[in-house]
Write a protein that binds this ligand. Sequence first.
Ligand code: RBF
Length: 158
Amino acid sequence: MATALKNLNEYKKENFADISEKKFGIVVAEWHSDITDVLSDGAIETLLKHGAKKENIFRNTVPGSFELTLGAQFLAQQPEIDAVICIGVVIKGDTKHDDYINNAVANGLTTVALKYNKPVSFGLVTTNNLEQALDRAGGKHGNKGVEAAAAAISMLAF
Ligand code: RBF
C-alpha cells in the first residue's frame, strides 16, 4: 500500500520562513479531544521548535470539525494573525456524516485561505476507524498536527 508506514513528518525545512515574529491562530475541534489534543500539541511544539514565540500562538477550540471553518475565519480576518492551523478528527460511522463534514471543511478552509490570502492548514484527520486516527496522532504514521504546522511555516515563506 502506497501510504503504509509513511511518515510525512520528515518535512523539508529549507523553505521555512523566519517565524520569530509571526502570529499563529490554532483552531482545535473538541470531538475526539483525546486525539485532537495530541495533534494540537504536535502543531504547537513544531511552531516553537522553529522559532515562534509562545505568546504569539493563539489556541482556540470549536465544538466539532464542522465548526473549524468559521473558527478559521474569525482568526484569519484579524490583521495581526499570519497563519491559521486547523485541527480535527472525523471518524467514519454508519452514515455519511464524515463525507459531508470533510468536504465542507476542505472547501471552507480553502475559501478562507483564498479570501484572506493567508495560509490555513488542513490538519483534519479523516479515517475509517479509531485505530487509524491514533496512528496519525503520535503513532506509526506520525503526527498530522506537526505536518499542519510545517505546512503553515512553509507557506509563510512562499
Ligand atoms: N465532529 C468531529 O469533529 N468528528 C466527528 O467524527 C464527528 N462526527 C459526527 C457525527 C454525526 C452524526 C454528527 C451529527 C456530527 C458529528 N461531528 C463530528 C460534529 C460536527 O463536526 C459538528 O460539530 C456538529 O454537527 C454541530 O454543527
